[in-house]
Design a protein around this ligand. Structure first.
Ligand SMILES: [Zn+2]
Ligand SMILES: [Zn+2]
Length: 116
């Protein structure tokens, strides 16, 4: 699936927020989007372990408490038949773990007017 962009329009202020979704074709491409500890860990898995399955690309996550949307570059790597590497994302305001956002995305908080 190539990278695509989605638009979520607020029903209050009609401001449209744009988010990226979709996957890159290879893990080297994916690595260019990843930073810091996550990038180092994935590189080490590729080098030192048997990679079984890798999924990566922009995804929409949301805070279950304040309903803010986040658009991280997500990665999930299965290796050595039983191991799984997947980073967790936290809400910058609430410091709790984000969960995958569900449709309709208009149920989440608008960054412009703060309503949903
Ligand atoms: Zn709004
Ligand atoms: Zn939050």
């Amino acid at each position: 699936m190539p990278e695509q962009s989605i638009e979520v329009e607020c029903s209050h202020c009609h401001e449209a927020a744009h988010y990226k979704l979709g996957h890159d074709s290879d893990i080297d491409e994916a690595l260019t989007h990843l930073k810091g500890k996550t990038q180092i860990q994935i590189k080490s898995i590729i080098k030192n372990h048997k990679l079984d399955k890798a999924e990566y690309g922009y995804a929409l996550y949301a805070c279950p408490k304040c309903l803010s949307l986040y658009n991280p570059y997500d990665v999930r790597v299965e290796y050595d038949e039983i191991m799984l590497f997947q980073p967790f994302y936290k809400c910058q305001q609430c410091n709790i773990t984000l969960t995958k956002a569900k449709q309709p995305y208009t149920d989440y908080i608008c960054k412009e007017c703060g309503q949903n």
